[in-house]
Design a protein around this ligand. Structure first.
Ligand code: GDR
Length: 327
């Protein structure tokens, strides 16, 4: 039986990945931070078989302890401060957790597996946010990185540190450059879930308007359930490497709104949406579109859920959650 340790297990990807690994017969350990973490109950309900270990990406000795307890064959580093907008307000903390946290876990693995650092396979959650002011369209593994947010800068650090540990110590360390990926488990601070939740509530007569930022920003949005498969596939390869994971399609926020509102029978949705300067960012990533040819060729991976299916899945889940009890 293989063993895996997941950091960020209480997040969207951690939840999908834990179920995927459990379905493949893994013994799954999830690293959870803090005292009385409110998300603990969520992961326990979602996947009760996951064994919880406590630790913090900022505390290297806690990571060593977690590794000793889990004795993993595979480590998936999904833990991070992941909300880009927040990273301008908390740039140092984001740099520490999202950036330095990667070094802490890599170094902990190197110390733990000192006889053979390649025996623990490592996945780093890198991000399309690293492409920022894009230098090439579509973006691929070799595209020059130009991050446009403190979050993006921290992810670049983690990305290169992963490559550095692979090259310096022969670690089986792979970096997945994942474009935006969403699901009904997405946090409500991200634009897709913010919209799906608002649309459901507007359809149910529970609210009338939603305030948003830049509606012209474009993203390459896929389904998180598809993307965690790519993570797993990366660690099953003989050689570690870096892979872009994306759908190859880009859509403006406006189009997401259009599909979501039309799904609940509202076509004149503009009257329900207003733009609020507080949701605009100091610097924007305007056009993200990924070329996942390498992942498709080498991993045999491809996205299954279309953009329209994704939007409708999220709206349907929020309609279910928001409908009055007994309805
Ligand atoms: P992103 O996701 O920053 O791409 O990072 P987010 O959903 O927050 O923003 C996407 C785009 O939508 C625009 N936008 C708004 N965004 C939010 N959150 N709220 C709004 O009201 C709003 N209005 C418009 C934003 O300006 C932006 O252009 C996500 C995260 O999951 C990262 O952790 C991950 O690395 C990347 O995706 C890939």
């Amino acid at each position: 039986m293989k063993r895996a340790l997941i950091t960020g297990v209480t997040g969207q990807d951690g939840m999908y990945l834990s179920r995927l690994l459990l379905s493949k017969g893994y013994e799954v350990y999830g690293l959870v931070r803090g005292q009385n973490n409110p998300k603990l109950d969520v992961i326990k309900a979602w996947a009760p078989e996951v064994k919880i270990v406590t630790g913090d990406l900022l505390d290297q000795s806690s990571l060593l302890r977690a590794l000793n307890e889990a004795q993993p064959d595979e480590v998936y580093n999904l833990g991070a401060i992941s909300f880009v907008a927040y990273s301008w307000e908390n740039a140092q903390l984001t740099s520490q957790v999202t950036g330095l946290g990667v070094l802490n876990i890599l170094e902990a693995i190197r110390l733990y597996a000192h006889d053979d650092p390649s025996k623990v396979r490592f996945y780093q959650a890198s991000s399309s946010e690293m492409f920022g002011r894009v230098q090439e369209v579509p973006q691929r593994e070799t595209t020059l990185l130009w991050p446009r947010s403190p979050y993006g800068v921290a992810k670049v650090y983690g990305h290169y540190m992963t490559i550095n540990y692979r090259e310096s110590y022969g670690m089986h360390a792979s970096s997945g450059i994942l474009f935006n990926h969403e699901s009904p488990l997405r946090g409500p601070e991200f634009v897709t879930r913010k919209i799906s939740k608002a649309v459901a509530r507007i359809a149910l007569g529970l609210q009338d308007q939603v305030s948003l930022g830049n509606l012209d920003a474009k993203r390459d949005w896929g389904f998180a359930g598809d993307y965690v498969e790519a993570m797993w596939l990366m660690l099953q390869q003989d050689e570690a490497s870096d892979y872009v994971v994306s759908t190859g399609e880009t859509h403006p926020v406006r189009e997401y709104l259009d599909i979501a509102f039309n799904h609940v029978g509202i076509s004149d949705w503009e009257k329900h949406v207003y733009q609020d300067p507080q949701f605009f960012r100091p610097a924007e990533v305007d056009l993200l579109i990924g070329d996942s040819a390498k992942a498709q060729d080498k991993l045999g991976w491809k996205p299954k859920v279309s953009f329209k299916e994704l939007v409708e899945m999220m709206v349907d889940a929020d309609l279910e959650r928001e409908k009055p009890a007994g309805a």
